[in-house]
Ligand binder design. Sequence first.
Ligand code: MN3
Length: 203
Amino acid sequence: MAFSVAPLPYDYAALEPTIDAATMKLHHDKHHQTYVDNLNKAVEGDPSLGGKSLEELVASAGAGSKVVRNNGGGHWNHSFFWEIMAPASGKGPEGELAQAIDSAFGSLDGLKEKFNAAGAGQFGSGWAWLVAVPGQGLVVTSTPNQDNPLMDVAEVKGTPILGNDVWEHAYYLTYNNRRADYLKAWWDVVNWDKAAEHFASAK
Ligand code: MN3
């Protein structure tokens, strides 16, 4: 098998009460695994894709099949998602990332407001992102389905710094239909150290 789901970097219950253990188990073990299984099937069935990295498949998603776009995106996005969260630490952004947030959004609250609006405004399923765009600094955007800002088809292209999954499967057990409540609570489990790593790699 070409691609596989990495174990969660923490316990299923580690993000409670923000995200419940049952949601994490289903989301990681079933939803993410299904994207990976379907991606592997698609790659096995198409010799022209053999040997390509996930990053390559994602970067050329618009030129490939819908199956690879959806499931390659699903694999990349979820791998990113597990790592951009961590047990609540009470910490916020620091250093250069904090400065860049202040300069783009006025404050961390300004970023949260914009990011939560992008997540709430994404019709149907998709993702909200904070992206480092070359020459522009930090930008908030959203993508439909399993698209992401690394894809050739993305409206806003750049390096993802933060990303939140706004598919119902990410929050329905605890928050039911209240996506806005989930978006608001999610900030408690953001892994700001990992976000800083992404920001450093974007420069
Ligand atoms: Mn998901």
